[in-house]
Design a protein around this ligand. Structure first.
Ligand SMILES: NC(=O)c1ccc[n+]([C@@H]2O[C@H](COP(=O)([O-])OP(=O)(O)OC[C@H]3O[C@@H](n4cnc5c(N)ncnc54)[C@H](O)[C@@H]3O)[C@@H](O)[C@H]2O)c1
Length: 330
């Protein structure tokens, strides 16, 4: 099979390309990535020169480049996006350009090339925010209610994917997952920011009262879900992906501090982010019951693996630290 991965030099994308190359060594993988600040070609360095691997330094907004990249593809896995909430608040238009317009350009290239399967990777943030005491969780039938420029742009991309399925019959699937963590994540997001700050002897900045709750998943469990959905999910369907690790940001930071042998005096409390969503929580029964997926890595085990990876890969993350100013929890 020939598989195209957009955003393959990013955090989830590079983990997915490694995962796919190991799980499906007979497949050839083409990575399409514009190499923004978040795209790190070095995350894929071990694959360079391999006969079944190709890297294309192009943007999904480039129609001619997309037409060429998806020609003859059996499956397109779409992860390219602007993904950082803080950046979206400061400068929203690149989020609309890449996440909305870029997705439309890519979908149109896939339609014209008769690509047989298209999988779109999206976020739980499209469903808005839950109250801390709300007993409910998001499901595939929860109405969309994004509250910020990042989540609104991802919601727009989800709608476009559905439209290309309903209107043109493109065989699409969509997955919406909670917060991912693991190796190769840019140290602007909460977990790698906390780990790298502590490794350098610094403090962990934490927004507001630290009680915002996220639904965490180890990135390789998410990759296994994407694999399952993209190959065997029902065309036109959406699947929520959750490992059911609902934790407050404060609790996440406490666990990192414990594993790093530091106390709570290493927390640097900072003013809350504008429009900071309170809680996300996902019901992933459809994915588990229809496609038989279950997560394999507990939160604490994933956290240990992630700390070990950052401890051993300072040359990957240290050059990226300088522009990072504040904590983030997507
Ligand atoms: N990280 C999470 O917790 C999370 C959770 C749910 C969904 N998602 C979604 O998963 C996808 C990947 O997220 P991530 O955390 O790996 O993001 P990331 O920011 O680490 O990576 C994004 C990648 O897309 C590339 N890119 C950006 N604009 C591009 C363009 N115009 N053309 C081609 N490539 C471009 C970047 O260079 C980068 O390699 C995104 O669509 C995101 O919305 C992420």
């Amino acid at each position: 099979m020939r598989v195209v991965v957009t955003g393959g030099a990013g955090f989830i994308g590079s983990n997915l390309v490694h995962y796919w190359s190991a799980q499906h060594p007979e497949d050839s993988v083409t990575v399409v990535d514009a190499l923004t600040y978040a795209g790190r070609k070095e995350s894929l360095a071990d694959l360079e020169g391999k006969p079944r691997y190709e890297f294309r330094h192009v943007s999904i907004n480039d129609a001619a480049a997309m037409a060429s990249a998806v020609r003859g593809a059996d499956l397109v896995l779409h992860l390219a996006a602007e993904s950082h909430n803080d950046r979206a608040i400061g400068a929203p238009l690149p989020f609309v350009e890449t996440n909305v317009l870029g997705t439309a350009v890519l979908l149109e290239a896939c339609r014209r090339a008769d690509v047989p399967r298209f999988h779109h990777v999206s976020t739980d943030e499209v469903y808005g925010s839950l109250a801390l005491d709300d007993p409910g969780r998001f499901s595939e039938s929860t109405p969309y209610a994004p509250r910020g420029p990042y989540s609104a742009s991802k919601a727009g991309s989800d709608h476009l994917v559905r439209a290309w399925h309903e209107t043109y019959g493109l065989a699409t699937t969509v997955s919406n997952s909670g917060n991912n963590f693991g190796p190769f994540q840019f140290p602007e997001k909460l977990i790698p920011l906390a780990i790298t700050r502590l490794l350098h002897g610094g403090k962990v900045p934490l927004y507001g009262d630290g009680r915002n709750v996220r639904d965490w998943i180890y990135v390789l469990d998410h990759c296994a879900a994407i694999d399952r959905i993209a190959r065997t999910g029902r065309p036109g369907a959406t699947y929520l992906v959750s490992a059911e690790n609902e934790l407050s940001n404060l609790e996440v930071v406490r666990r990192i501090l414990r594993l790093s042998h530091r106390g709570e005096d290493a927390i640097d409390w900072v003013a809350d982010r504008q429009g900071h969503d309170r809680r996300y929580a996902l019901d992933s029964r459809r994915l588990r019951e229809e496609l038989g997926w279950t997560p394999a890595v507990s939160f604490d085990d994933g956290l240990r693996r992630t700390i070990d990876w950052y401890s051993g890969h300072e040359s990957w993350w240290a050059p990226l630290l300088a522009p990072v100013a504040r904590s983030e929890a997507r």
